[in-house]
Ligand binder design. Sequence first.
Ligand code: BG6
Length: 492
Amino acid sequence: ELKDNTVIVVLGASGDLAKKKTYPALFNLYKDGLLPKDVHVVGYARTKMDDAEYHKRITSYIKGTEDPETAKKLEEFKGLASYISGGYEDAPSFQNLNNHIEKIESSYEDKERNRLFYLALPPSVFIPVAQHLKEECYSKGGKNRIIIEKPFGKDLESSRQLLGALKRYWSENETFRIDHYLGKEMVKNLLVLRFANVALSAGWDKNSISNVQITFKEPFGTEGRGGYFDEFGIIRDVLQNHLLQVLSILTMERPVSFSAEDIRDEKVKVLRAIPPIERNDTLLGQYVAANGKPGYLDDDTVPHNSVCPTFAATTLWIHNPRWEGVPFILKAGKALNEAKVEIRIQYKDVTQGIFKDISRNELVIRIQPSEAVYLKLNTKLPGLNMRAVTTEMDLTYKRRFADAKIHEAYESLILDALKGDHSNFVRDDELDVAWKIFTPILHWIDGKNGPSPKPVPYPYGSRGPKELDAFIAKYGYVRTETGYAWPVTHVS
Ligand code: BG6
């Protein structure tokens, strides 16, 4: 439940993440009356700036202010948002922050004092900040919670080191590790889709399903973030966290309840049945200049000979009775032809005999943009004939839930953290097993035990490496008859 008397402290308040995600999410929650009563927001960072400059920065990504009601709320929000500058590695700075928080709290009527610390910071300062917050800024009379974001290390070993160091100061129960995909509407819907529908759950296994793809496509490159990206690559940036999270919810067994631990127990269980990814189940790509757009290596912040993948397709296998033999293809790429994140479940061929050349059923769950669930289904073409055509059962949110408000992932997650609900945050053992699956291929790509593999080139704005179609076909994916296209264009 939501606690009153809460101060939210955003560390790294002048950075990109805070500006683009954290503050807009906090403001939207505030505007909708969803934050605790008497909430205050304190920004903290090294940059020296006055309140006016701070307010300008934190509101630069807030939308909808042409509406007078929103503009009024924004003024109110600024009134409860203050700023303190200080270092990340020295105790006196944090004592100063603590004094500021205490001054705010002195206006609270009763004694309870809750604090939520949001670390929108680079990983190099995670540990000192976590330590100083615990030692100097920990509330003695209320809940203390800390939110952190990836990167949680670079491989199994560094992740264990980081988590171990943080655990010296913050317990698992106080820690909220964000994977913002868990806050997305359609990802949260997976539990309902899967477990509230006998029609779907009955065929949810190797007997009915041929292969599954989970795809992430972005139409822009790493422009401006090349320096960060080159150290991590697309696998650490998207596959090991966002896509693997989707996979685990898609494939786990039914949890005993909706409690955070019951759900996360099942996720960990299915992830433990996945062996480390094999090199030959991997296709790596890097985009090159095309159509007037720069290639990855044209970025000045990227080493000229970098072999960092900006595209990866990897196939995972789950060794349990439900999924043995079903390939799960995770693929993600920057600088592709479109923005799209979707799950595509392709069913097996119908028994041949009365039909031939009939399309396979496919269940597509579109996470973004424009949430949708549709099932490709064969139907008799109406008329005096007996011809089957592929059509679809279509649940497009914009049509079916035209008036619904879909909150941003960060809004949903910050609210969960304020309520103390861990369901949509990454547990320590979950992170550990996720790294186990990916660490061997990451070490191979990093050149830890021999020369690094060279990613294949693909043009900026294309569908990805030309090798991709053959890669997917190798795992049994069959492209639908030509001429079928889901008629989605008129509902965007
Ligand atoms: C982040 C990655 O975690 O997710 C980015 O670091 C990526 O590279 C982003 O662009 C995608 O998030 P979304 O919500 O826009 O799909």
